[in-house]
Design a protein around this ligand. Structure first.
Ligand code: COA
Length: 199
């Protein structure tokens, strides 16, 4: 089957919905600002960056999603006007402010560092190499010499996955308030990229 990596903005409407559904499957438990799944889906359709999300497709099915951030831009922006549209002026403003305090915070320092903001593959297609294909895609981006990711300490499968892909633990945030979410503490993992010399 033909496999393909496309930007979120290049997907059809139904493929965008599949991409958002994948995201919510992997990370929905952290989106505690609303219990209304339908509204959350609509919101993310509008606030996903069209270029910074790369989607892995087989045929026309979206089976993997990777969001990339830099020291200047991150792929999910809880824009105030969009949040207000779905949650009203008061709650929308609070959601925008609180969520962007994490999602728009600068997480890498230098121009050469790339942040793996989000990585998720379809639950029925895991351990088939899709996650690795997406990570390799990020590693091949010429502008960066290291990739950084944050994983929760209880997410043993993801930690093992990143270790297999040559990421090493660079910091453990053991005293993070994120611990209260129940997934353990954030662990920062880093991979240094060696680009092949071109002659
Ligand atoms: C972490 C995650 C992205 C990995 O995606 P994946 O598509 O399963 O990744 P891969 O298939 O490339 O690698 C996973 C495993 O399959 C193995 N594998 C890779 N290619 C393979 C192949 N062709 N055949 C069989 N196994 C393969 C890898 O060695 C790895 O081994 P493991 O089973 O011991 O872990 C996925 O588990 C996921 O979406 N988790 C939920 C969201 C999440 O936690 N994201 C990470 C936090 S940012």
């Amino acid at each position: 089957m033909k496999e393909n990596i496309l930007e979120f903005g290049e997907l059809s409407l139904s493929q965008k919905e599949e991409a958002v559904a994948l995201f919510l499957d992997g990370f929905g438990k952290f989106m505690t600002f609303s219990k209304d799944e339908k509204v959350k889906k609509q919101l993310f359709m509008e606030i996903f960056d069209s270029k910074l999300f790369l989607c892995y497709l087989e045929g026309d099915k979206v089976l993997g999603l990777m969001g990339l951030g830099t020291n200047k831009i991150r792929p999910i922006n809880f824009k105030k006007d969009v949040c207000k549209k779905y949650f009203g002026k008061f709650k929308g403003t609070i959601i925008s402010r609180q969520m962007n305090a994490s999602f728009q915070k600068a997480v890498v320092k230098g121009d050469k560092e790339l942040y793996l903001d989000t990585l998720v593959t379809h639950p029925s297609c895991r351990s088939k190499g899709i996650g690795t294909i997406l990570v390799n895609k990020a590693c091949n981006l010429k502008d960066y010499d290291s990739i950084i990711v944050e994983v929760f300490s209880k997410n043993k499968k993801a930690i093992k996955f990143y270790e297999k892909n040559e990421f090493v633990i660079s910091k453990k945030h053991k005293f993070s308030f994120m611990r209260l979410l129940g997934s353990g503490y954030p662990i920062k993992m880093t991979k240094n990229i060696k680009h092949k010399e071109t002659i």
